[in-house]
Design a protein around this ligand. Structure first.
Ligand code: HEC
Length: 486
């Protein structure tokens, strides 16, 4: 490992460099890592502002970044990548809880859990990574604000390839996701732009969901724009019992309970169940409800999408539903359950271009005079979202600070535990409600368990250890888990 004294701001010009040095009085370093060395050693040695350059070669480790302003940058030379491989033994490739984290140019394969997971870090950037056959979630920022997920390629993920969970102000651009259960999933998140992505050959292409039982109760203000959503017909291979295992194959875009979702200028073809489904939480059968969240999708706009060849062979419930409409093919667009009524404030443009069901009471978006959604959202009418270039913040979000106290425990719970535990719904782990019944008030035993989890349930994976949390924090987060009520 070599430490260079070059400042990463060097490229910004000498004056910026001088200014920066005058302000901080120290130089950020570039730390180099080569095959045979450990990336984690470089992270341990790094100070905020440092950049870690990883050269091509095979690395088999979990990299955990809990410092602020660290950049992990792969060096790709002659087609050779720095390659993190988990051998189907390791749980996670890269976990970060620090703010201002960037990671780019890594190839990641064969981890069991996550390729890249954010745990409550704000102001992140995840770009140009290549993730293959790697576990449950590919790129998964959980409870983060102000982030960019761009130009990544992911395939063969058992749950969501790109999973934006309980996060705000996020752009997901120009990624390619294929051969996964869910291509891109926006869950209980606000202010999100999903643009220019290719979602192909997944079970479901792009999802905007409110999952009940999570600490963040809403999902609204999402623009799904100029994506290619093609042939998402892969049979569902999600972990049995998990939420995404219930997504019918052949689904292009699904909005479940999400509000103020604009689906605009996408190309959506060859999805054998349906092109776009707008529905309430009843869509995923056997799911519990959450008194803290509204199960119905409100103010959805479907505008100017190109759609054809969707619905060639509808599955299960969709098949039955279409038979009641005297059709053996699925629709381009289906609004149903809580999505159909006029008072939901949803609208559609060019309604006659599509084979659409359930949108009879929706307003037209083509007429600038009828814009119920704008009225509901308190916006001036406008004809398209084209003027909106990003949902990211113009200034960085305040860094998340995790103290060893009850408020810190809440952040840890939301940033880590809620990724797998919902209150009354099975996600990757058992529902919190069941754990509360099992442990009563015994926070101490939970704190001990999560440091070193053993296999308990035959039908669940083993929980990954949380031994990177301090003993006091494990106690605090265990107490927090036992007090949750929805
Ligand atoms: C990557 C997913 C994941 C994350 C993150 C996670 N868990 Fe779990 N958890 C699981 C799974 C899976 C099980 C079931 C394991 C089994 O039965 O073998 C489980 C089980 C548990 C149990 C029950 C243990 C028992 O005795 O049956 C507790 C308590 C628990 N988790 C607490 C937590 C807390 C607290 C956090 C956050 C610090 C957390 N978990 C984070 C997946 C996760």
């Amino acid at each position: 490992m070599i430490n260079l004294t070059t400042n990463s701001l060097y490229r910004a010009g000498a004056s910026a460099l001088t200014l920066w040095l005058a302000t901080f009085g120290a130089q950020a370093a570039i730390i180099e890592v080569r095959e045979g060395e450990r990336i984690q050693d470089a992270v341990n040695q790094a100070a905020p502002g440092d950049e870690i350059l990883v050269y091509p070669g095979l690395y088999s480790e979990t990299v955990y970044v809990d410092k602020d302003d660290i950049t992990l940058r792969g060096v790709v030379e002659g087609g050779n990548w720095p390659h993190l491989d988990g051998n189907k033994q390791l749980n996670d490739a890269i976990l970060y809880s620090g703010n201002g984290f960037s990671v780019e140019w890594f190839k990641i394969t064969h981890y069991k859990g996550n390729a890249i997971m954010g745990q409550a870090g704000n102001n992140f950037s995840i770009r140009n990574n290549w993730v293959i056959d790697s576990g449950v979630y590919g790129i998964f920022p959980e409870f983060g604000e102000n982030g960019l997920i761009e130009n990544n390629i992911l395939s063969g993920i058992e749950d969501a390839a790109i999973y934006v969970g309980m996060s705000d102000y996020i752009d997901v651009r120009n990624n390619q996701v294929f051969d996964s259960v869910a291509g891109i999933e926006i869950e209980n998140s606000r202010h999100v732009l999903v643009e220019g992505n290719l979602a192909k050959n997944n079970t479901g292409g792009i999802l905007v969901f409110i999952t009940p039982g999570l600490p963040i109760k809403s999902s609204y203000d999402a623009i799904i724009r100029r994506n290619f959503v093609l042939d998402n017909n892969t049979p569902n291979f999600g972990i049995p019992g998990s939420l995404v295992s219930q997504i019918p194959a052949g689904s292009g875009i699904i909005v479940m309970s999400g509000d103020e979702v604009i689906i605009e200028d996408n190309v959506i073809t060859g999805n054998n169940n349906a092109g776009i489904i707008i529905t309430s939480q009843d869509f995923v059968t056997a799911i519990a409800t959450d008194t803290g969240s509204d199960p119905n999708p409100d103010a959805v706009q479907i505008r100017d999408n190109v759609m054809f060849n969707n619905g060639a062979s509808p599955e299960g419930e969709m098949k039955l539903l279409m038979l009641t409409k005297f059709s053996t093919t699925g629709p381009d667009i289906l609004a149903y359950q809580g999505a159909t009524a006029a008072e939901r404030g949803s609208c559609i443009s060019r309604r006659n271009a599509y084979r659409a069901h359930g949108v009879d009471d929706w307003a037209n978006c083509d007429s600038p005079t009828i814009r119920a959604t704008d009225a509901i959202a308190g916006r001036e009418p406008s004809d398209s979202t084209r003027a909106i270039a990003t949902k990211m913040l113009s200034e960085p979000a305040a860094p998340r600070v995790i103290n060893d106290d009850a408020s810190g425990a809440e952040i840890v719970y939301q940033g880590i535990c809620a990724g797998c535990h919902a209150y009354n719904v099975r996600l990757i782990g058992p529902p919190t409600l069941a754990i509360q019944a099992q442990y009563g008030e015994d926070a101490g035993s939970i704190a001990a368990y999560i440091a070193n989890p053993e296999k308990k349930r035959p039908d669940f994976p083993t929980m990954p250890p949380q031994d990177h949390l301090s003993e006091p924090m494990r106690q605090l987060v265990a107490k927090y888990m036992l007090t949750l009520t929805n």
